[in-house]
Write a protein that binds this ligand. Structure first.
Ligand SMILES: Cc1ncc(COP(=O)(O)O)c(C=O)c1O
Length: 371
């Protein structure tokens, strides 16, 4: 074969990406509709832990102000107004935030600031896959420390795994996909005794109500990562934030891109953060439904259900192939997350808590599919 611009492969990807397992993109709804023959509007996504409720207050406020929106200008790249709203929401000073394009960009910023190729990252598993992904993209190695049988943290095991090249411990709290919370004292102990950065992803904080955010007042190696994608119903607007000590925020800002949020999402975020009534109502409704769904699932004999302090519930399919149950639910228009092959949650599926109607349907269909 000759070499030249039109023959063979000229581009060479980075070494760190040669055996890299990319994010498992969710199958788009239109593809599920094509496969199942169901109309797209009959397909319910229960695989991404988003809110079933629209942020009506923020949307109608945006609609009113939209014609004057300064979309011909770049956003204020210091995101000052949003940081003021975050300060009022969390009680922390406005200089303690890095505003990000969703929590995922926050995770990315953390790894870009802290990881050189060959460094190590400790991740208690099973958990949200982005910690592994953003770390491996930087060329870091993952040391997975399995959670205990009850999904609690093996804090001693995590501390014992800290080595010379360890730079970050990622922690999802409450944890996705298991739904449990690890006490603030365990987070503080990890941060104090590990001597490395501890990044705590609190994407589901509002459903649980507990947080290690106050520990960031004391320790400069603790970074809290949050999102408006879940409780605030703004997954499509892409708004997240990091909270840390001011010196740490200065370092995180070294790599923050200047314009990753849009003028439109900033408007949505500011309204959502200052008029909290709607979010609180939605969280209250979801928590109530979570408890009802959990009780309903407990009475289905074909599954084992795990307690949750989030807006999703994990369950294990007992005497059947979980892949088949997952596929059978999809044929009925209910798309759950299939975790059947994931270490620590083998044979498990995860569902988002939906509206009362969807949850009733879900209970019927899980019962039918596991008989
Ligand atoms: C634990 C966790 N962190 C972060 C995210 C992504 O958040 P964002 O939409 O803000 O990027 C998710 C989404 O499911 C999540 O489960």
């Amino acid at each position: 074969m000759t070499s030249g611009p039109d023959s063979g492969k000229q581009m060479k990807i980075r070494k760190a990406l040669e055996r890299f397992e990319a994010y498992g993109w969710e199958t788009p709804t239109y593809e599920i509709a094509e496969k199942t023959g169901l109309p797209p509007e009959k397909i319910v996504r229960l695989d991404t832990n988003t809110s079933p409720f629209k942020p009506e207050v923020a949307l109608s406020d945006l609609a009113r102000r939209l014609k004057d929106a300064d979309v011909n200008q770049y956003p204020d790249t210091s995101y000052h107004a949003l940081r003021l709203a975050l300060a009022a929401y969390t009680g922390k000073d406005k200089d303690r935030f890095v505003v990000t394009n969703g929590a995922d960009e926050g995770l990315d910023i953390i790894t870009k600031v802290l990881l050189d190729p060959g460094d190590e990252v400790i991740i208690p598993t099973p958990t949200y896959p982005m910690y592994r992904i953003v770390s491996q993209i930087m060329g870091a190695r993952i040391r997975a420390v399995p959670r205990r049988g009850d999904f609690g943290l093996d804090v001693d095991g995590m501390l014992a795994a800290v080595g010379k090249r360890t730079k970050v411990i990622f922690l999802c709290n409450p944890n996705n996909p298991t739904g449990n919370f690890s006490p603030e004292a365990e987070v503080e102990r990890l941060a104090r005794e590990s001597g490395v950065a501890v990044a705590v992803d609190e994407a589901y904080f509002e459903y649980c109500g507990r947080s290690a955010i106050d520990v960031t007042d004391k320790l400069d190696n603790l970074i809290i990562c949050r999102t408006l994608s879940k409780a605030f119903s703004l997954a499509g607007a892409r708004l997240g934030y990091l909270v840390a000590k001011r010196e740490t925020v200065d370092e995180l800002n070294l790599v923050r891109p200047p314009n990753s949020l849009t003028v439109i999402s900033l408007m949505l975020g500011q309204t959502a953060l200052t008029r909290l009534g709607e979010m609180k109502r939605h969280v209250g409704a979801t928590v109530k439904e979570r408890m009802r769904l959990y009780e309903g699932m407990k009475s289905i004999s074909g599954i084992e259900v795990f307690p949750s302090v989030t807006n999703f519930i994990l369950f294990r399919v007992k005497n059947m192939d979980a892949d088949r149950v997952h596929a059978s639910l999809i044929r009925r228009g209910l798309v759950l997350r299939n975790l059947s092959a994931v270490d620590g949650v083998k044979g498990c599926l995860r569902t988002t808590v939906g509206t009362p109607e969807v949850n009733d349907r879900l209970l019927d269909e899980i019962d039918r599919a596991t008989r």
